[in-house]
Design a binder for this molecule. Sequence first.
Ligand code: TXA
Ligand code: MG
Length: 348
Amino acid sequence: MQTKIFVVDRNTPDKKLLCQAANILAGGGLVAFPTETVYGLGANGLDAEASAKIYRAKGRPSDNPLILHIAEKDALYNLVTDVTPSAKALIEKYWPGPLTIVLPRSAVIPNIITGGLDTVAVRMPDSVVARELIALSGVPLAAPSANTSGRPSPTSAQMVVADLNGKIDAVIDAGPCEVGVESTVVDCTTAVPTLLRPGGITFEMLTDTLGAVEFDKALIIKNAVPRAPGMKYTHYAPQAPMTLLEGPAENIVKNLKIQIAAARAEGKSVGAVVAQETATELNPSVKAAVYGPRYNTRMIAANLYSALRYFDEHPVDVIFAEGISEDGLGLAVMNRMRKAAGHRIIKV
Ligand code: TXA
Ligand code: MG
């Protein structure tokens, strides 16, 4: 299949092009579209057959449920059987935005969306393009990140094309995503709301609104089974093996130089995913993908996935990455970097 590309303005998208995309979705097709977090791979979320195509195009395990995307808050009530007080508070404060809430599912939702769970994940994105597309489609859109399963999520239409060209009907290109990491996923069915995946709405923002919030065990304990099924799979990984260095910046820089020298002594080519400050300290012959200034976590989140994908275009044998502080968006950034590194983590 030939994948069409619709280029639109992020604030005032051409309605004719969005209508074409909405028609493809109404006909059971797949359209990748921008959100403020990452690009999503959309299908009609009330159509089991259309949603099944998402799993095939991504190579996604069928027990990993999808998020339903809506264009207005009221659309939630048809999809769930209960909107708990914690959910109400979060929706009031953070929708539209990078926050997904998990609630008991209603009967209209096909089993394939929830992977057999009795809950469903719903989010109202902030992106104008996303919301206009959903509204024109007239249905909630099921949309995981628009990458091949296991790869870093796409934050530009070019990254979607790199993974899914020829496998999906169309991509809407509205430029790079502002946030750069996926939405925060919160289970609002538990007595104390539970953070299942850190993301664009920070832990500090959640506790500000809710008071107590629990971490899903899998975010803290290494071998615990996560309640968000997708969190158990290898994810966000570049093609070359990546080792993550965690600790104070000066220790990381010192250790990074030692690791790079050792890998080179073994005849390996090396890539470094690092902060701007660190890149200037490395030997100029080291290939570096810079994710931004060390203490600008917003910029680091926005650039993270393109930095992780850089060495797929410029292949190396091994990658070393610099960890950052877990404050604010740093929690989501470090969650993704640790997954991208698998178990190769060095504390320095
Ligand atoms: O920012 C985002 O959320 C992006 C954009 C496109 O909206 N979407 C996204 O979808 O990241 P995906 O499929 O890559 O990640 C969805 C996560 C997975 O970890 C999945 O297991 C979890 O949400 N999830 C979905 N439904 C769930 C449910 N009923 N209970 C617990 N976790 C659920
Ligand atoms: Mg994903």
